[in-house]
Design a protein around this ligand. Structure first.
Ligand SMILES: Nc1ncnc2c1ncn2[C@@H]1O[C@H](COP(=O)(O)OP(=O)(O)OP(=O)(O)O)[C@@H](O)[C@H]1O
Ligand SMILES: [Mg+2]
Length: 234
């Protein structure tokens, strides 16, 4: 048995008329179950491309993606839909909440379509929003809205939690509480968490740091003693 997540020689090209952009140029890395992994790189480095392929939102042109022993890269569109629905939790930079539903209804919307969901109230309590369940997104701060989106992702009981710049729209203190929440969840539930960032300051908190540059993996580093988020400054 190999690692929980295996990305092997992945290529993704976008053809735009005469020009071809190679957004993943032979990307390979592995992530172990229960790890807190950070994918870091500057804008355009190919971070979102590889995360979307890993989460079944996009498909690669070449290469292999294995998650929990399943070959995701060979999934049919129907299998990919089920994979996204049952196995993956997504957290986005701008939360992507439904504005005319309350926090609780936003979480329930996600749990209605999956197999063994957590109770929405439990999920919201776990992210510290017990008192705000009946608020609409517009009544919540950015950090609180991101907590709702994390509760929504975690209530699905996913195998893999994928977060694309989850702190990108937040100030640094709020960003730290969100990262701490993600890391605590990783430790408590043995959840495998992947966080994309362009902020190098975040990398000491990760178990594994995958650095992307020009659509390639530049470096993979393991931190034996990750730094608690509280001790990181940016
Ligand atoms: N759908 C698309 N069509 C054409 N080109 C694309 C598409 N998606 C991404 N690209 C290109 O692929 C490259 C990698 O993009 P990607 O979004 O993965 O970068 P990123 O590291 O997530 O950047 P950022 O930090 O700005 O979000 C970029 O050059 C981008 O313009
Ligand atoms: Mg991106």
């Amino acid at each position: 048995m190999g690692s929980f997540v295996q990305v092997k020689d992945v290529y993704k090209r976008y053809r735009m008329g005469e020009v071809t952009i190679t957004a993943s140029d032979g990307v390979s890395f592995e992530i172990e179950k229960g790890e807190f992994a950070v994918i870091v790189g500057s804008s355009g480095a190919g971070k979102t491309t590889v995360l979307n392929i890993l989460g079944g939102m996009d498909q690669c042109d070449e290469g292999t993606i294995l998650v929990d022993g399943c070959e995701v890269s060979r999934y049919s569109p129907k299998e990919l839909t089920e994979y996204r629905r049952f196995d993956i939790g997504f957290v986005f930079q701008f939360y992507n909440l439904v504005q005319n539903l309350t926090a609780k209804e936003n979480v329930e919307l996600a749990t209605q379509i999956c197999r063994e969901p957590k109770d929405a109230e439990t999920a919201l309590r776990e992210v510290g929003l017990a008192e705000r369940m009946n608020n609409f997104p517009a009544q919540l701060s950015g950090g609180e809205q991101q907590r709702v989106s994390i509760a929504r992702a975690l209530a699905k009981n996913p195998k893999l939690l994928l977060c694309d710049e989850p702190t990108g729209a937040l100030d640094s203190d709020t960003g730290k509480t969100i990262l701490k929440l993600l890391q605590d969840t990783c430790r408590r539930d043995h959840m495998t968490v992947v966080v994309i960032t362009h902020n190098h300051a975040i990398t000491p908190m990760a178990d594994r740091v995958i650095t992307l540059k020009n659509s390639k993996v530049m470096d993979v580093r393991l931190n034996d003693h990750p730094t608690p988020v509280e001790e990181i400054e940016w």
